[in-house]
Design a protein around this ligand. Structure first.
Ligand code: HEM
Length: 485
C-alpha cells in the first residue's frame, strides 16, 4: 500500500532524482531554503524531494503557497508525526500536534488568551505596551553598560532575555533579571530548539541515525534534554499557579489557561497537561522569534549607518528628545515600520515554516498530493521572488513607502514570515507591537555602531529561525537617558 502510494506520488509530482537510503538529504546544503528555491526554478513551484524515509512536497512562491494554505487550508493544516514533535511539551503542545477537533479547541484557547492579555480593551493594550517599554528601557541601560569606554559586545543574549521577559510576565506575572544565571542558562539551551524542528532536520526522516553514535543522535539527545528542562520549568510555574488559583482573580495567562482547560474537566477533550502545553507553546514561540527579529534589526542598523541616521532624523522630528516614542506615534513613523518589514523580507528569518502535512488527498497548481505527505513551505521564496520585488537581494526599507511616505499595504501584506491560513502564527499582532516598541525605544536612545574597518557579515545559522553569527557592536547614548512613565 505504501509502495502504491509512493508510486502515485512519484508519477504525479516533478522533482530531483532521489538516492537510495538518504534520498536528497545530502543535497540540501547549509541553507535548505535557498536550495529549495533553486530547485523550484527547475521543477516548478510544487515539487517533491525525498528525505531519508519521507516523501516531502516543497511549496515555493506566493501563488502556490497561498493556494495551499488559504484555499486548501484544512487539507494543509496537519503536522507530520515526527519523533521530535512528540518530544515537545510532553506531547501536549498545540503547535506540534496535528489537525483535529481537539486541536481546533486548543488553538482557540491559546488565541483568545493572547487577545485577552494584549488587545482585548484599551486597558490591557496600555498595560501590554507599558510592559514592553519597561523592558526596552532596561535593555538600553544594559547596552550602554556593555558599551562603557567604547567596548564592543554581542547583543544576542540580552535580546533573548528581554523578549523572554515580555512573554514570561504575561504568562507568569513575573520577569527575570538579566543577571539571573539559571534563567540565562535555560534560555541558552532553548536557543538550540529550532535546529531540530526546522525543515530539513534529519532526526525525523532517518530514524536509523539514532541507533549508533553520530552528531545527529547527540543533537537529538540534546533536543530531548532541553525540552524536558524547559517543560519542567513551565510545569513548576503552572503547578504553583494551580495551588494558589482563585477563580475570581485572573492574575496572568497561566491562570486564564488553567481556568479554561482544567476547570472544563475534560469536556473539551483537553486534559490538565494541555494547560502546561499551551503555556510552553506561548513562551517557546514568543522568545526566539521576537529576539531574532531584534537581533537582525540591530545588525542592519549598524551595517547601514546612513539609514540609521535617516531613522534618527525622523524620530527627532516626530518625537523629540524629551520623551520616549510609543505606539501612538506609529502612523507618523512609517519609515520605522518600513525598516521592520524590510528586515523580515530581506532576512526571512523564519525561512521555512514548521513542517506541515496533508490531512487528505489534495491538488495544488493542478498537482496531486496524497494524504499524510510532509509539506515544507518556503517563505523565503515568497520574499525573494523577483517578479514581486525589485532587486530582492538588496536591503531597501524605502521600497515599502509610497509617494506620500506612507506604508504600501499591498507590499507589506506580501511579506510572508508569519505563514498563512489555519496554522498562521497566533502571535502575529503582539510580535509586531513588541518589535515596534523595542526598536523605536532602542533607536531613540542609542546609535549602534560596528567596529571601524569591520564589515558586518550577514552569515547566519540555519534552523526554524535564521540567527546572525557572532558579531559585535557598540551603543552610544543619543541625548538624555529617559525612563518609561
Ligand atoms: C507559529 C512566525 C512570534 C506563537 C508560527 C509559525 C511561524 C511563526 C512561521 C509557523 C506557522 C506554520 O507552521 O505554518 C513568527 C514570527 C514571530 C512570531 C516571525 C515574531 C517575529 C510569536 C509570538 C507568539 C507566537 C510572540 C506567542 C506569544 C505562535 C504559535 C504558533 C506559531 C502558538 C503555532 C501555531 C499553530 O501551529 O497552529 N509563528 N512567530 N509566535 N506562533 Fe509565531
Amino acid at each position: 500500500c505504501l509502495w502504491v502510494r509512493n508510486l502515485r506520488l512519484k508519477r504525479r509530482l516533478p522533482g530531483p532524482f532521489a538516492w537510495p537510503v538518504v534520498g536528497n538529504a545530502m543535497q540540501l546544503g547549509q541553507m535548505p531554503h535557498i536550495t529549495f528555491a533553486a530547485l523550484a526554478k527547475k521543477y516548478g513551484n510544487v515539487y517533491q524531494i525525498r528525505l531519508g524515509c519521507s516523501d516531502v512536497v516543497v511549496l515555493n512562491g506566493g501563488r502556490a503557497i497561498r493556494e495551499a494554505l488559504l484555499r486548501r487550508g484544512a487539507e494543509f493544516a496537519g503536522r507530520p508525526n515526527f519523533v521530535s514533535f512528540q518530544a515537545v511539551s510532553g506531547g501536549k503542545s498545540m503547535t506540534f500536534n496535528s489537525y483535529s477537533k481537539q486541536w481546533k479547541i486548543h488553538r482557540k484557547i491559546a488565541q483568545s488568551t493572547i487577545r485577552a492579555f494584549s488587545s482585548a480593551n484599551s486597558q490591557t493594550k496600555k498595560a501590554f505596551e507599558h510592559q514592553i517599554a519597561a523592558e526596552a528601557t532596561e535593555l538600553v541601560e544594559i547596552f550602554l553598560k556593555l558599551s562603557a569606554h567604547g567596548q564592543y559586545f554581542n547583543p544576542a543574549h540580552e535580546l533573548t532575555v528581554a523578549a523572554a521577559n515580555v512573554i514570561c510576565a504575561l504568562c507568569f506575572g513575573k520577569r527575570y533579571g538579566h543577571e539571573d544565571v539559571e534563567f540565562r542558562a535555560l534560555l541558552e539551551k532553548v536557543d538550540k530548539f529550532g535546529e531540530t524542528v526546522g525543515a530539513g532536520s534529519l532526526v525525523d526522516v532517518m530514524p536509523w541515525l539514532q541507533t549508533f553514535p553520530n552528531p545527529v543522535r547527540s543533537m537529538f539527545k540534546n533536543f530531548k534534554d532541553l525540552n524536558k528542562e524547559f517543560f519542567g520549568f513551565v510545569q513548576n510555574k503552572v503547578e504553583e499557579h494551580r495551588e494558589t488559583f482563585d477563580p475570581e482573580v485572573t492574575r496572568d495567562m497561566s491562570d486564564a489557561i488553567i481556568g479554561v482547560i482544567d476547570k472544563a474537566g475534560g469536556d473539551n477533550g483537553l486534559t490538565k497537561g494541555h494547560a502546561e502545553g499551551t503555556v510552553s507553546d506561548l513562551i517557546g514561540a514568543g522568545l526566539d522569534t521576537v529576539s531574532t527579529a531584534l537581533h537582525w534589526i540591530i545588525l542592519l542598523l549598524a551595517k547601514h549607518p546612513e539609514k540609521q541616521s535617516k531613522l534618527h532624523e525622523l524620530l527627532d522630528k516626530v518625537v523629540g528628545p524629551s520623551r520616549l516614542p510609543s505606539v501612538e506615534d506609529r502612523s507618523r513613523l512609517s519609515y520605522l515600520d518600513a525598516f521592520i518589514y524590510e528586515t523580515m523580507r530581506f532576512t526571512s528569518f523564519v525561512p521555512v515554516t514548521i513542517p506541515h502535512s496533508t490531512t487528505s488527498d489534495v491538488t495544488v497548481e493542478g498537482l496531486h498530493i496524497p494524504k499524510d505527505t510532509v509539506v515544507f513551505i518556503n517563505q523565503w521564496s515568497v520574499n525573494h521572488d523577483p517578479l514581486k520585488w525589485k532587486d530582492p537581494h538588496v536591503f531597501e526599507p524605502a521600497r515599502f513607502l509610497d509617494e506620500e511616505g506612507s506604508l504600501d499595504k499591498d507590499l507589506t501584506n506580501s511579506v510572508m514570515i508569519f505563514s498563512a491560513g489555519k496554522r498562521k502564527c497566533i502571535g502575529t499582532q503582539i510580535a509586531k507591537v513588541e518589535i515596534f516598541i523595542f526598536f523605536a525605544i532602542l533607536l531613540h536612545q542609542c546609535r549602534f555602531e560596528k567596529c571601524a574597518g569591520e564589515d558586518l557579515s550577514l552569515n547566519c545559522s540555519y534552523g526554524l529561525t535564521l540567527k546572525p553569527l557572532h558579531y559585535r557592536i557598540t551603543a552610544k547614548l543619543r541625548g538624555q537617558l529617559l525612563k518609561g512613565d
